[in-house]
Write a protein that binds this ligand. Sequence first.
Ligand code: IPM
Ligand code: MN
Length: 351
Amino acid sequence: MKKNVVVIEGDGIGPEVIKQAIKVLNSIGEKFCHNFMIKKMIAGSKAIEKFGNPMPKKTIDSCLKSDAVLFGSIGNSKYDHYPIGMRPEDGLLKLRKKMGLYCNIRPIIPYSNIEKSPIKKERLKKVNFLIYRELTGGIYFGEKGRSKNGKEAYDYCVYSKKEIERIGKMAFQAALSRKKKISLVDKANVLETSRLWREVIKKMSSNYPDVYLEFLYIDNAAMQIILNPKKFDVILTDNMFGDILSDEASVITSSLGLLPSASIGKNQSLFEPVHGSYPQAEGKNIANPLGCILSASMMLEYFGMYKEKILLEKAVKSSIEEKICTSDIIDSSFVTTEEVGNYIEKYIKDH
Ligand code: IPM
Ligand code: MN
């Protein structure tokens, strides 16, 4: 198969982890006779410096013409004082909106031999859930601004029935192929948008009689994720709550550096690690590339390359078993970003 993949390295550790993911994709390509045509485009800080715009039109157009986008990370505190729409993060939000990436999927699956999670081992057994985070609506995209005197600020949270239904459908379908349970996480005791979410999802659930639907308030869900993570199968939630819960849930797997994500769009989809730009580690060759490599693996699944995905995930598992891991998952490890990538590349060649 031939696939056109737009790659955006972005800021901070983005270029380092992307480099490993491309290496691994190429070895999959060689082994299974696929041609991944990589086209690098810029966004984030580099795009601000070059074009005064964190997400140039050229980059968006290339993404819209691609088969999929692989994204590193974005964010640089140097631009914190920039106006609305001009910060690196705004570039990512713009791309999400333009590509219509409404459904962000973040799997939480702990690897059994990672000791570093602060959560008791017995609580981690059999944990395996997916966060379905709405990605193009809610408080992230509502009107925002300041009053004239600058002493008041607002961010509107708006959701439409249609926006809730389209991600709801994806979540129900995922639950059907899993443990058949959806936990809708919201703040329906306070927020009107949450009450709309409950109404719409409850109504949809009559089409999926085999799926058990529960409702949880975000404050309670945040607690349950740590106390009893086994209870979850598919967590369905809005943009802001999903952002917060996914960082929290990463503690289960021991490191945010391990978490991949897929953002499913109207036509194309985008794949990116959940970790941010982690500027403290930039250029040091210490960042964990597995979140990005596993995002590439979600991309393989999206392309229907199931054998390829299985082999890549075996390679990742093996790297963890052999302790070829960065220090975020094994204390005092001196294994570099590059070495993790090399191990996985070689594993794919040899198996
Ligand atoms: C994420 C990130 C982004 C978000 C930032 C960088 C805008 O935290 O993908 O989780 O809040 O969505
Ligand atoms: Mn986040």
